[in-house]
Design a protein around this ligand. Sequence first.
Ligand code: TYD
Ligand code: MG
Length: 453
Amino acid sequence: MAKKKGNSYICSVCDATFPTWMGQCSNCESWNMIVEVADDYLDSSKADFSQPVDEIVATFDSPPVILSDPEVARAIDGGIVAGSTLLVGGEPGIGKSTLALLLAKDAVASGGRVLYVTGEESKEQVAARVVRCGLETDGLEVIATSSIEKVVSTKSKYSMVVVDSIQAIADTSIDSPPGSINQVRQCSSLLSAFARRTRTPVVILSHVTKDGSIAGPKQLEHLVDAVYVLEGERSGSSRSLRSLKNRFGRVSEVGYLKMTEGGMIADQDFVVSALIDRRSGAYGSAVTAIRDGLRVRLVEIQTLVVPTGKESPRRIFNGIGSVRGGMIIGVLDHYIKLRSEKFDIFVSVAGGISVDDPAADLAIAAAITSAIYKRPIPREVGLFGEVGLTGEVRRVGLAYERFSELLRYGFTTVVGPKLGDLDDVPLRGLADVRTVSEALLAGHLIKSNDDLV
Ligand code: TYD
Ligand code: MG
């Protein structure tokens, strides 16, 4: 193949450049990784030349795309950085394409152009989604193609490229169908090399398999700089964007979003959405703040107790582990003489939420006690803390976040352990306790003259 004027061929693995195309790179021996690029782009890939460090810092320093949605910005901590590849996984229909448009909007808002590569839908379908979401369209270009070569050899400068999706795009030089492991790996390598070479951030959308892992080889996650999953019930409108890997910011961040008729937006009420149907003054109901990534959300623990005639009464736990639940009942029997053996006990986290956070222990203990003693927990009391087998209330992570989120949502008394580094500062609203008995006293569930051990 003769060298075209102004173009070169570059290996996506080792960045070696060649005047002509080759099947195998003569430098690193990788197969099918050589792509054609405009010579302009080679200027920024001076990997094999020494360079003053100031110059390198200057190219590295391009500002990240500023994310306007507070929840998206929270999840994508550090922003979308020049030259990086970012993978967004999610089930079909969950809202990946809609989210990608939100990111594209932010990239054009900072004055750039965005290339939206659609391999799944027609250009018209993408345009219809843009209209539906009411987005500013200046600077947004759409191409319908399934050819990776077209994308990585583009001669225009973009401030972001979106690939929708990695399963719908292929390298024609390899003999595997789109979506196959080889194709997904090949296309991801080419895209991340393209991103580095051109300093363009690339957003790659990917379907996830049923077990929740990103489709394609595990290597896909290593080829990119950041990995996010968009999750939620397709029938409902709540979505969460969760980071699994992030080279530029905090990982495990979660952004709460919701699908509306006109696009995806921040769902700042998500923190309390599980409490909407909570009944006032009911026995057996306790509210706690559980960890979700680096944030907390409020959930209601519900307990129902029924006198039992059986020798081994029933213990049914829904949304919490039965070992944890059994241990908490044991602690209550021992330290406040609960006599739980007289009851069948059902404990559930309202709203079908699963709680794997020891900080919910105290609320579980309070809900069970409340149900057995038929004493409602005052509506404005929230609880958190891990319960230990010696009856102590143990400190937990994110204590300050749990405390302040409960206060923010109207819980004027928060019963929990002392807050880590704020030992000596009395906090209005915090009833700090050291034992389960103290906690149940503070929650008005037992009285000081009750039969305590
Ligand atoms: P989409 O972004 O196409 O999902 P994915 O790319 O993950 O397959 O969105 C899927 C669903 O969201 C679709 O059934 C329609 C709905 N939707 C809304 O509710 N509001 C909107 O503004 C848009 C664009 C889509
Ligand atoms: Mg889509």
